[in-house]
Write a protein that binds this ligand. Sequence first.
Ligand SMILES: NC(=O)c1ccc[n+]([C@@H]2O[C@H](COP(=O)([O-])OP(=O)(O)OC[C@H]3O[C@@H](n4cnc5c(N)ncnc54)[C@H](OP(=O)(O)O)[C@@H]3O)[C@@H](O)[C@H]2O)c1
Length: 234
Amino acid sequence: MHRLALVGRGKMGRLVEQLAPEYGFHVAVRLTAENNAGGAAITREAFSTIDVAIEFSTPASVVMNLKRLAAAHIPTVTGTTGWNDHLPEVREAFLQAGTGLVWSPNFSVGIAVFRKLAGLAAELFRDEDEYGAWAWEIHHDAKKDAPSGTLQHIIEMMRKRGYPRKIDVAANRAGKHPGTHEIGFDSAADTITLRHAARNREGFARGALKSAGWVVGRKGVYTFDDVLFGTARA
Ligand SMILES: NC(=O)c1ccc[n+]([C@@H]2O[C@H](COP(=O)([O-])OP(=O)(O)OC[C@H]3O[C@@H](n4cnc5c(N)ncnc54)[C@H](OP(=O)(O)O)[C@@H]3O)[C@@H](O)[C@H]2O)c1
């Protein structure tokens, strides 16, 4: 069994903990805001017997947590959202440490496939000027970042595949919603809608655990696409 550190033990961390034995992990360390202020509990000594970490914390704490995990040479999976601007410095920390990181704003296999479909649709509509595009998501009212990292990632893919016109973006936060993402193309003649609806959070936890098994023994910075589809290093 690999020894796993859970950094963040909220809704996602607790679900990862529950499913960890199915993936051959023993949860040996559990960190929260209370016992890891400023990332202080992540040291080489405290993590000397840890094989891999799964980090689901907050946008305010994730960057320090990741830098300290890199400095402690711990292969890491992070699903925390809202920190994309800091990716270059985090990437540098893991590359310098010679340790592996898998990051993704969404560890659902369904979303990974959905993002590829959104990219293909964007490419097919690229030269069809009569079609306008939208992107929309809804999540529970406790989610801090809006629009979601996942929606931004989907839009990025649409741009990468050459969609040149405006994409109208909207987000809602209400109730306990586990998360729906939608993109669409509309013309005078018709509408195409592509929608992914998560039923619960289990798929995210399973994707993170799958990635944790994959990253052990790897160096470099990767996304969930690399784990699933074997694409180039991120
Ligand atoms: N990538 C994905 O597939 C995916 C899926 C769902 C959610 N997310 C993202 O994952 C993150 C966590 O989501 P959640 O629903 O689990 O949030 P949550 O229920 O609010 O839990 C956040 C956890 O982070 C802990 N925390 C805060 N500061 C910390 C620190 N310095 N060190 C360690 N832990 C710290 C909190 O500790 P306390 O318990 O002491 O407050 C809490 O346990 C969010 O950014 C969310 O958007 C990603």
